[in-house]
Design a protein around this ligand. Structure first.
Ligand SMILES: Cc1cc2nc3c(=O)[nH]c(=O)nc-3n(C[C@H](O)[C@H](O)[C@H](O)COP(=O)(O)OP(=O)(O)OC[C@H]3O[C@@H](n4cnc5c(N)ncnc54)[C@H](O)[C@@H]3O)c2cc1C
Length: 441
């Protein structure tokens, strides 16, 4: 079951997973002189500001991903990178500490998925450049076609997938790549085909774009992403990221509601990062997207494969980087080994399993954090160890880099666990915790 000259491929969804899939499929096919047709179904217009043009995300990408993309000819222009982050400020209920980027290439780039937040239409920088639109344009330059429609139906006829959209349009394909993300009700089309696909477990997150203006953002946040590990039940992680005149606030946790968002805004450590007397605007650009927190079941069968958030991703970080990896593995499999279930099982599945296994460790880290978070002397011990690492050049920044990598996509959870379990780090943490507990210096 192989792709041949003239094979038709449909990609459902033009987010990062869809456009990376198109780019890699077309590049690899060209290398082996295979003539394929790639159609991307994407109803959204990413050139719009606000929810209409946006795929709902924090919009931070690691410098290492920016460089990997560049090595594949996927260059992100400077105007797309709204801000660059070279430090994290970790806030606990008791105090805060700044963690600088371990190396220059470990900085973070900030992007908007659509053409800026709601209300940004008339604000500089105009025009706002959309990350998703930039990738879509690159895929079109490589030869993909964009069909601005929502796919409504998927069935198999004589072993070939058939898609339907619009009023009465339908088409048969040699391969269908599902890149719908997690916020689409159309995911049921894949479940209904009875090849055993189950979408990954997900939970709702909260994202809002806060307009402070360039000067206030620079004064309050600098070039630092502010991460809050606060003892608010139900909240796993809060991040406030500078993006030009905006600050993007993300809250990850379970069952986030208005009351919980209010608690976050009124936490004393958060208040320090907001302009004095600032109130949450009623009409602020906000959303509650689903975030991937589990592994999918059977994300492929003959001639059908799922990539991106609706398949395997990375827990609480680097979803765009995970989409890039899976798209690459899928395109390599389809162009080199064929589009049968067996080929995907053998050559695509390992990339999914690698992410799924690492996420299990990620869950363990977050579980450990939830146990430790209410223990104030442990929080203080972490801050003290980081302060020592950040102020004394001869001290290797083991805990600092582990935390940096927990918040970015720069390393796997496995690598983070190995480094933070270093005997020196454990000894220092226990020593600092005992000092705080018994009050001696
Ligand atoms: C709160 C939050 C913060 C995040 N922050 C970050 C971050 O800072 N950095 C990072 O790397 N990742 C982040 N992520 C993860 C990241 O957003 C995702 O991993 C990434 O968007 C996955 O890309 P995707 O293409 O799989 O899905 P999406 O980006 O969701 O794209 C899916 C596309 O499919 C289209 N579609 C849906 N249904 C249909 C249909 N029936 N027909 C045609 N098209 C359809 C949609 O319009 C959409 O464009 C965050 C996620 C959340 C929820």
């Amino acid at each position: 079951m192989e792709l041949k000259n003239g094979s038709k491929i449909a990609i459902i969804g033009g987010g990062p997973a869809g456009t990376f899939s198109a780019i890699f499929l077309l590049d690899l096919a060209q290398q082996i002189d295979l003539k394929i047709e790639v159609e991307i179904f994407e109803p959204r217009d990413f050139t719009f500001t606000g929810p209409r043009g946006c795929n709902m995300c924090g919009g931070v990408i690691s410098e290492s991903l920016v460089q990997k993309l560049a090595s594949h000819g996927i260059h992100l222009p400077d105007e797309l990178l709204i801000d660059t982050i070279d430090a994290y400020t970790l806030h606990t209920d008791l105090s805060s500490v700044e963690i600088r980027a371990p190396k220059d290439e470990m900085r973070i780039a900030c992007i908007f998925r659509g053409a800026g937040p709601k209300g940004a239409e008339n604000q500089p920088p105009i025009p706002w450049i959309s990350f998703d639109n930039h990738l879509l344009e690159l895929a079109l330059e490589k030869g993909a076609t964009h069909i601005q429609e929502k796919v409504k139906g998927l069935k198999k006829v004589d072993g070939l997938p058939v898609l339907s959209w619009g009023g009465d349009k339908s088409e048969t394909y040699d391969l269908v790549v599902g890149c719908l993300g997690l916020n689409s009700p159309a995911l049921h089309m894949f479940e209904d085909l009875d090849f055993g696909y189950k979408p990954p477990k997900s939970t709702k997150a909260y994202v809002t774009e806060l307009y402070f203006g360039d000067e206030e953002v620079a004064r309050l946040l600098g070039h630092s992403m502010h991460v809050f590990i606060l003892n608010i039940p139900g909240v796993k992680f809060i991040a406030l990221t500078p993006k030009g005149p905006y600050a993007t606030l993300i809250i990850l946790g379970d069952d986030i509601d208005k009351e919980l968002v209010n608690k976050v805004f009124h936490a004393p450590e958060m208040q320090k990062c907001l302009p004095v007397g600032w109130e949450i605007p009623v009409q602020t650009c906000h959303c509650q997207p689903h975030i991937n927190i589990g592994a999918p079941k059977n994300p492929y069968t003959d001639r059908i494969v799922l990539v991106g958030d609706c398949s395997s991703s990375r827990l609480y970080k680097d979803g765009i980087g995970a989409a890039y990896r899976l798209a690459k593995a899928m395109a390599y499999t389809a162009t080199t080994h064929g589009v049968s279930e067996k080929s995907f099982q053998r050559f695509f599945r390992p990339a999914c399993r690698k992410l799924d296994w690492d996420n299990r460790l990620g869950h363990l880290i977050f579980f450990g954090d939830s146990l430790m978070r209410p223990i104030s002397f442990f929080q203080e011990a972490i801050i003290e160890v980081i302060k020592e690492e950040q102020t004394q050049e001869q001290v290797p920044p083991r805990l600092s880099t582990s935390l940096w990598d927990t918040f970015t996509g720069s390393a796997s959870y496995r690598n983070i666990v190995v480094r933070s379990m270093h005997p020196v780090v454990l000894f220092k943490l226990i020593w600092q915790a005992l000092k705080k507990l018994f009050g001696f210096n």
